[in-house]
Design a protein around this ligand. Structure first.
Ligand SMILES: C[S@@+](CC[C@H](N)C(=O)[O-])C[C@H]1O[C@@H](n2cnc3c(N)ncnc32)[C@H](O)[C@@H]1O
Length: 210
């Protein structure tokens, strides 16, 4: 195992998870949804606290691993989470409820994010997490820039797409969409991007401005 692999493995094994997160992660893997990794989950929990998040929007609920992570230390925050698959949302509702999070704090919305996001309030969210269909990423991102408040963050897990993003031989649509997003945010004066190799890659983009 290389030094980098050892670092990565240690980083992933380090965070402790709540029973609710362990349960959601297990259900997620049983159903075949890839949840955010343990280290990304811990990053999301910390980011929610650091940003003093009160309103969080998530695209791609799955069964709730990332959503539970975002709410872990922010009992006063309200999560709006959009998921296209009704059966995933049913599981997520049960898992949020088991975790003691009332439906008023986890607003789980069924629908295609491309249709739901334009109906959300502008500059209203402290954090917007994009974890749905990667080939549609640029469309989600454009909406996310509108709904996140200045000083707020847009976070994109799976930003390295299992090593495909840095691999010039990988030319599939999803990988290309991620590269396009990385290029757009690197070139903009309006946002501060940070790309971390944690999990499967985590892109954090802060919207600048007062
Ligand atoms: C990688 S999984 C999300 C995992 C979740 N964030 C977690 O950490 O547990 C991606 C999810 O996005 C959903 N999805 C795909 N396209 C979507 C769309 N256009 N609108 C809303 N959800 C979508 C999928 O059904 C799937 O549940």
């Amino acid at each position: 195992m290389s030094k980098l692999e050892r670092n990565w493995q240690y980083t992933e094994q380090y965070p402790s998870e709540t029973d609710a997160l362990v349960r959601a992660r297990r259900v997620s893997l049983e159903i075949g949804i890839e949840p955010v990794s343990r280290a990304v989950s811990a990053e999301l929990s910390a980011l929610a606290v650091l940003s003093g998040a009160r309103a969080i929007c998530e695209i791609g609920t799955g069964v709730g691993v990332s959503g539970l992570s975002l709410l872990r230390h922010r009992p006063e925050a309200i999560l709006t989470s959009i998921e296209i698959e009704p059966e995933y949302l049913r599981e997520a509702r049960a898992l949020f409820s088991d975790a003691g999070i009332p439906a008023s704090r986890a607003r789980l919305v069924e629908g295609d994010a491309r249709h739901v996001m334009p109906r959300l309030n502008l500059a209203a969210y402290d954090i917007v997490l994009l974890d749905a269909e990667q080939s549609q990423l640029l469309e989600y991102f454009e909406h996310a820039l509108g709904i996140v408040r200045p000083g707020g963050a847009i976070v994109v897990p799976s930003a390295l797409a299992h090593g495909r993003v840095p691999d010039p031989a990988a030319r599939d649509e999803a990988t290309q969409a991620m590269r396009d997003l990385l290029a757009v945010v690197a070139d903009s004066d309006a946002i501060a991007p940070a790309l971390s190799p944690v999990g499967d890659g985590l892109l954090t983009v802060v919207k600048l401005g007062a």
